[in-house]
Design a protein around this ligand. Structure first.
Ligand SMILES: Nc1ncnc2c1ncn2[C@@H]1O[C@H](COP(=O)(O)OP(=O)(O)OP(=O)(O)O)[C@@H](O)[C@H]1O
Ligand SMILES: [Mg+2]
Length: 259
């Protein structure tokens, strides 16, 4: 087992439906890996299994050669995993800085997220400084004190990434970070993600329908269809593969994916 994050024969069943069918996936140290597939293919389910938000029906998850299959999401976060969600889970009335601090609180082992904001003295200043640093890295410095709910959608997606980065992860899992972005936003986003990767040497696993974004950002891509992996290769290989084209044909994602 050499990968940073490895899923071994991950199967997840929901009453009568196989959402993940013996999926084998590996993210090597420092790699940016894409995960694509039509709507309902099981991509988010695989993220939930890898990050512990849902228990696997069978299979194992390894992080740095350690079996983490039975660990809760918080314990996996302690080991360096961070994720974002398909539906952003930001606090719209709080500022960008405050939202980022909510990610940061893992470092202070605070019991409740509120305490991240109310930290006293030196710890508070440290957390604040770290949040500002992450914000700058993510191009969010100019909007640090703006309520997140007032910001354009693409910027909000970046705040989610910043909050995940604030936990200082070694592997970051992003669930459709580019969804809803226009092509300008998504090109900017792709560059930023790649730069953050290069600077931090992070491993990344990215679910994304936008093939331009996947091609720009990912070293390697896995394709899921009806819960099963149908191929793995470079973005170019995947884009030219007939099985992948067939999987997307007839699905609602066709136009998005091959626009
Ligand atoms: N909690 C759940 N209970 C029952 N079925 C579920 C649950 N979560 C997901 N599913 C089903 O599992 C399948 C895979 O869903 P999943 O959300 O993983 O797909 P996805 O690839 O992320 O799709 P999308 O591109 O639309 O986000 C779908 O048929 C979905 O309805
Ligand atoms: Mg999904």
């Amino acid at each position: 087992m050499s990968g940073h994050l490895v899923g071994v024969e991950i199967t997840k069943r929901y009453a009568g439906l196989v959402a993940n069918n013996a999926v084998e996936i590996e993210v090597r140290p420092g790699e940016v890996v894409g995960l694509i597939g039509p709507n309902g293919a099981g991509k988010t389910t695989l993220f939930d299994c890898l990050t512990g938000f849902t228990p696997v029906t069978s299979g194992r998850v390894h992080l740095d050669d350690r079996d983490i299959t039975e660990l809760a999401p918080a314990a996996r976060a302690e080991l360096g995993m961070a994720r974002t969600f398909q539906q952003a889970k930001l606090f719209g009335h709080l500022t960008v800085a405050e939202n980022i601090l909510l990610g940061r609180h893992r470092h202070y082992r605070a019991r409740a997220w509120q305490s991240a904001i109310g930290l006293g003295g030196r710890a508070e200043r440290e957390a604040d400084g770290a949040a500002r640093q992450v914000a700058t890295e993510c191009g969010l410095a100019p909007v640090l004190d703006a309520p997140v709910g007032d910001l354009p959608y693409g910027t909000q997606r970046m705040v989610e990434v910043a909050r995940a980065l604030a936990t200082e992860p070694t592997i970051l899992l992003l669930d459709e970070p580019g969804a809803g972005m226009d092509s300008t936003e998504s090109a900017y986003f792709g560059k930023l993600i790649r730069r953050i990767h290069d600077e931090r040497g992070l491993s990344m696993l990215i679910i994304e329908h936008d093939v331009a974004l996947v091609s720009a950002v990912c070293d390697r891509v896995y394709v899921l269809d009806f819960g099963s992996l149908i191929m793995e290769g470079t973005a170019t290989e995947v884009r030219n593969d007939q099985r992948v084209r067939d999987a997307y044909l007839g699905s609602a994602a066709t136009e998005d994916a091959y626009a």
